[in-house]
Design a protein around this ligand. Structure first.
Ligand SMILES: CC(C)[C@H](C(=O)O)[C@@H](O)C(=O)O
Ligand code: SF4
Length: 476
């Protein structure tokens, strides 16, 4: 009998082309996602060496980071230019490179355009058991459907374009098991924020995390993508969730998903990927779902998590001296005093979007809280940015856009938006943002911006009260 293996080991083993004496493996890459920021130099490198794209059929390009989220066409249907020269150049490069190398390209104004990590699963391009890479650290997101998905650097993007392979060291395995049921108002985002708080921003270093347990199995695909998206914020190389009937139902009939007999074969294979009984992980963390509250960050690392009912911690309360120093620095940047109740922190900006939380369920969760309420007066800027044109269309068909607009929020075009300050959507220096994104780093949403990571329902709650708020207090 073969040795029991984890989900990670099975996917890895199925993709090893060659193993080197030092243990490094040449891995076949099934899917390559490309966006405008990390690809121009990679294509320039290909061009300089006279090489071609080895498997254009396994490559999908879509712009997302730099696109403004305001209207992309004028009243006559003409495409509006991008004002920022660097952004315009990156977009122009992708628009030229994709057709030149025969790569599938979703144009900035195509109905299915969106954030690359939303588009991949939505199009059925990202599939269970596949290896997926993208020149982007949140590629781990695709682990939510059971794909082994890594972020890579620009030189690796060039390597994958040219060879459809990548040299990788095998990772260690880590299980994060979340058992039990979460309480009302607790979403997938709260689960992953809580996990990040428990394991720390370096807790998964060198590991691929498999999220298991009944609380994870009970999540929709949207929720699983949210969890896996932030594997990287726990330091892991990738995140994984075993594909199951929920996954198959989500993927069936999507444009790039297998069809007919191929679909049946694929599902049979995908079912075989689940971690075998008796397989072991290098590290195991067990979390009780009942301990997870709606969560919020107070600092400038995604591990700086407290329940919304909590307070800003005192740096002295941390055992580790380096964490004490980091916490003191974070609090100075964030303009927060130890002991302040999180619910007393006023918020001027709201961002609902990003590859963590811009799928249809996120839109629904935010709209459910906003419905019948109004944006608080002290909230200066509140934008809702669907993750793709298809999410946008679905949300509009359900009337969610009207709920946001009637409450005084803005309803935007898809893109990365205020998740990072690479386009016009920025948070001003010294102001706070309740944000559904995944990073609260210094300057992440604009120079001097102060980010509090929360779930869509919590961001919506902050939008209507003007301060960080326990969404459970607003629930029916
Ligand atoms: C711009 C891009 C390379 C970057 C990443 O790698 O993740 C961005 O998506 C981010 O979230 O910080
Ligand atoms: S939405 Fe944010 S985290 Fe996701 S790919 Fe874009 S910039 Fe990166």
């Amino acid at each position: 009998m073969t040795r029991p293996r984890t989900l990670y080991e099975k996917i890895w083993d199925a993709h090893v082309v060659e193993q080197r004496p030092d243990g490094t493996c040449l891995i076949f890459i099934d899917r390559h996602l490309v966006h405008e920021v990390t690809s121009p130099q990679a294509f320039a490198g290909l061009r300089a060496s006279g090489r071609t794209v080895r498997r254009p059929d396994l490559t999908l390009a879509v712009p997302d980071h730099n696109l403004p989220t305001t209207a992309r066409r004028d009243a006559d249907g003409n495409r509006l230019p991008i004002a920022d020269p660097e952004s315009a150049a990156q977009l122009a490069a992708l628009e030229k490179n994709a057709p030149e190398y025969g790569i599938r390209y979703i144009d900035a104004t195509a109905p299915e355009q969106g954030i690359v990590h939303v588009v991949g699963p939505e199009q059925g391009f990202s599939l269970p058991g596949t290896t997926i890479v993208c020149g982007d650290s949140h590629t781990a997101c695709h682990g939510g459907i059971g794909a082994l998905a890594f972020g890579i650097g620009t030189s690796e993007v060039e390597h994958v374009l040219a060879t459809q392979t990548l040299l990788l060291q095998p990772a260690k395995t880590m299980e994060v098991r979340v058992e039990g049921d979460v309480g009302p108002g607790v979403s997938a985002k709260d689960i992953i924020l809580h996990i990040t708080g428990v394991i720390g921003a370096a807790g998964g270093t060198g590991h691929v995390i498999e999220y298991t347990g009944s609380a994870i199995r009970g999540l929709s695909i949207e929720g699983r993508l949210t969890v896996s998206n932030m594997a990287i914020e726990g330091g892991a190389r990738a995140g994984l969730i075993a594909p199951d009937d929920v996954t198959f139902a989500y993927l069936k009939g999507r444009p790039y998903a297998p069809k007919g007999a191929d679909w049946e074969d694929a599902v049979a294979y995908w079912r075989s990927l689940a971690t075998d009984p008796g397989a072991t992980y290098d590290k195991v963390v067990v979390i009780d779902a009942a301990d997870i509250a709606p969560s919020v960050t107070w600092g400038t690392s995604p591990e700086d998590v407290v329940p919304i009912t909590g307070i800003v911690p005192d740096p002295a309360s941390f055992a580790d001296p380096s964490k004490q120093a980091a916490a003191a620095k974070s609090l100075a940047y964030m303009g927060l005093e130890p002991g302040t109740r999180m619910q007393d922190v006023a918020i001027e900006n709201i961002f609902i979007g990003s590859c963590t939380n811009s799928r249809i369920e996120d839109m629904r969760a935010a709209a459910a809280v906003i419905k019948g309420r109004k944006k608080a007066d002290n909230v200066r800027w509140a934008i809702v940015v669907p993750g793709s044109g298809l999410v946008k269309a679905q949300a509009e068909a359900e009337g969610l856009d009207r709920i946001f607009i009637d409450a005084g929020l803005e309803w935007r075009e898809p893109g990365c938006s205020a998740c990072l300050a690479m386009n016009p959507d920025k948070v001003p220096a010294g102001e706070r943002c309740a944000s559904t994104s995944n990073r609260n780093f210094v300057g992440r949403q604009g120079p001097g911006s102060r980010t509090h990571l929360v779930s869509p329902a919590m961001a919506a709650a902050a939008a209507v009260t003007g301060k960080l708020t326990d969404v459970r207090e607003l629930m029916g």
